[in-house]
Each structure stands twice: as C-alpha cells, then as structure tokens.
Design a protein around this ligand. Sequence first.
Ligand code: SAH
Length: 354
Amino acid sequence: MTDIKSLTISELEFEMKSLALPSFRAKQIYKWLHVQGVMSFDGMLNLPKKLRESLKENYFIPSCDIEEKYVSALDGTVKYLFRLYDGEYIETVVMKYSYGYTICVSSQVGCKMGCTFCASTLAGFKRNLLPSELEGQIHCAQNDLGVRISHIVLMGIGEPLDNYGNVIKFLHTVNDKNGLNISMRDITVSTCGIVPRIYDLINEKIPVTLTLSLHAPDDKLRSAMMPVNEKWGVKEVVKACRAYAENTSRRVSFEYTLIKGVNDTPECAKKLAALLKGFISHVNLIPVNDVAERGNVKPSENAVKNFQFALKKLGINATIRRTLGSDINASCGQLRRIKNNNSQNGGDTSENSC
Ligand code: SAH
C-alpha cells in the first residue's frame, strides 16, 4: 500500500493516470489531503463512491489520532500525544502568540542523538516520521482546535536533519499554495548540529530559519552534553551556521539550555560571546527542564538573568525563553516515555519533561 499523502501533486497525477483517471481527480484528492486534512477516503465527499473504494484498495492515509490532550490553564498552550498508524506515539504542542498559532512538531519517533539533558532519547529511537506524518500533526491539531496554524517549529521529538529527505519533502508540501500555504520564513528547523546536512540545507535554497542547539561554548563541555559534538565540534558547527546565514540572509538562532553549575558560569558566557563574535545571531536562553533520570538542575531566575546580562555586556543579543504551558509540561519527550513505560511496566510515576 502506498502512503498517498506523501505524494507530490505530480506523483499523484501519475498514479491517477495509471488508474485511468483524469488529472482533475488528483487535484481534488490533493486538496482533501493537504487543505482539509481529511484522514479517510470516505471524507472526500465530492469523489464517487466507486473511486473512494478503489483508492482504499491501493493507498492508505497514515493516521494520527489524539491519544491524550492537555490544555494549559495559564496560557492556552495545547499538548497532544498522537498515536500513529503503527501504534507508536509522538508529541506535538500548539502555542498561541500575538501573531498567530505556532506548532512544534516531532520529526522522528524517538531520537538517536543522546543529548544528556533530553527526555526524547530515553524512550529509544523507533523510526523516522513520513512526510505525511509530519504534516498530519498540523492537520490533526488544526481540525481539533478549529484554528489556522501559521508558524511551524521542528523542535519536538527527534532530530529533523537525521530525517532529512522526509523533512525537506514536508517543507515543500506545507509551503505549497495548493496546500497549507505556510511561508518558509515562518518555519524554523532546529538541529543538534549535523554539519553536512546544514550545508545540504543551504543548497535547498529555501529561506527557513535555522536554529542550532549549542548549549555549550567549547568542545569539552559540549561533547559531555551532546555526543554529536564528538563528530562535528563547536567551531565546525558554528562555521556551518555562519555559512547558512551568509547564503540565506537569514539570522541564525542558538539555543542555550542553562544547567546549574554546568554551563551557566561567567567563564561560559565569555567563551560563548567570543565564539559568536561578529555573527548576526540570536541566543535563546532556556532554563533546563529537569528530567528525573538526568539529574540536571535549573539555575535560579537571578542566575539566568546574570548570564543574559554577561552576554549583553559582551555584545551578544540574548533573550530568556518565555515558558509556555508550564502547568502541562509542554516540552517534548515525557508523554511518550510515560506511555511506553506504562505499557511495559503497568505504571510509571516519573514526572518532568525535556
Ligand atoms: N533535535 C533537535 C530538535 C529537538 S529538541 C535539536 O536538538 O535542536 C528542541 C530543543 O529543546 C533543543 O534545543 C534541545 O536541546 C532542547 N531541550 C531538550 N531537552 C531539554 C531540557 N530538558 N530542557 C530544556 N531544553 C531542552
């Protein structure tokens, strides 16, 4: 069975031709799949029943069902645990800002990257998400909430550049005027720093915003926190980000998760400022979300502000990430982990998110 939702319009036209159907059927189906986001062939109301039956025999639409949903009483942030067609779980968060709704999508079921502070790796890597499953998170949330989502961040479970081909196909699909029509400029791809794929992304010539999860200003510290750094060190990855900024004229952002006593020292601020000197970039400071098994501690509010101030004094623009959905543990990784633990051990009490 072919995943019909991951086909481009020309691939779909080709498929319709092979079923001896006119190309306008492809356009109708494409609209149902990508504008309305229907999850069943029976929902394609302007198609003859016979055609719907024949589609069911040849294709499938990967499902995305709401397993759990949490709404923040503080700011309306919504967090979903979605169940996929093969029974795997992913997490997706929708946040409301003054400019519209932003969705944080997962790119993989689990993650291989092994960052020591992150919950996503703990439940293990299972598989890449299909382009249709990346997009399905948007349709499922939009249809549930009855709103239009205008911005996308690839900051959920998984490493987007480790699922490169499917992510690129997804970006083109959501950008398509005959689909969700979301501007590339309103999409952010966050990476732990897979350097060759950053250069590939430059060659795609699509103006998405790139965010690097930097978290440490030197190799010793970064390698201890992020195994990917053993392969591509701090200087190499920042060089790739500079190339991204120069080639796309897009400002690159750096995520810096602050962990008490680990990377929040004045020495770290100094090294970070030296590393990013002369780079028109932006640093997002995120006090770490404690993950029970990880044992990392959030610095005090004052310590976070001191770090920000130290960077500003050295000419580096930094903001402290506003926490949304703090009452529903909105950052990713923990719901899937709890769900998996529950099905394995019949119960889990661990709290805290990535
Ligand atoms: N793999 C991608 C995207 C997913 S993680 C990446 O590394 O960028 C999204 C962001 O959340 C990353 O910056 C990641 O480092 C950060 N993050 C993960 N666990 C966290 C935690 N416990 N506290 C704060 N931020 C965390």
